[in-house]
Ligand binder design. Structure first.
Ligand code: FES
Length: 115
């Protein structure tokens, strides 16, 4: 996979606090599962890896928000994360937040910066 910016999805694919888009993120040649969501109008992306046990968060493919649509939640033991910065807010993540992934939105698309 080439270095630089890569299109992940269309702007219209991400509703506010709605379903996220899963993708593979490459950093230093290593591919890892990641996801992007829209929060307070901005796109936010993180590695799809819980701070408690390094497994994927979503309770159904693309479903990262809890029932209140205010927090990101791990489907395994319920750890809660701040959608704006991935910080651990409670539960078994115990202060270990999500790893942010660099994304930007422009010209109707959402792009990830890879290396
Ligand atoms: S694996 Fe996520 S809370 Fe335990």
């Amino acid at each position: 996979m080439a270095q630089g910016k890569r299109l992940i999805c269309a702007t219209a694919d991400l509703a506010e606090a709605g379903e996220g888009v899963r993708f593979q993120f490459q950093r230093h040649g290593v591919e890892q599962p990641a996801f992007v969501v829209r929060w307070k109008g901005q796109v936010r992306a993180y590695l799809n890896r819980c701070g408690h046990v390094p497994i994927e968060l979503d309770w159904q493919p693309g479903e990262f928000f809890d029932y209140s649509r205010l927090y990101l939640i791990c489907s395994t033991h319920g750890a809660l994360y701040d959608p704006s910065n991935g910080a651990c807010l409670g539960g078994r993540c115990e202060g270990r937040g999500l790893v942010a992934v660099p994304v930007e939105e422009r010209d109707g698309g959402v792009y990830v910066e890879e290396s």
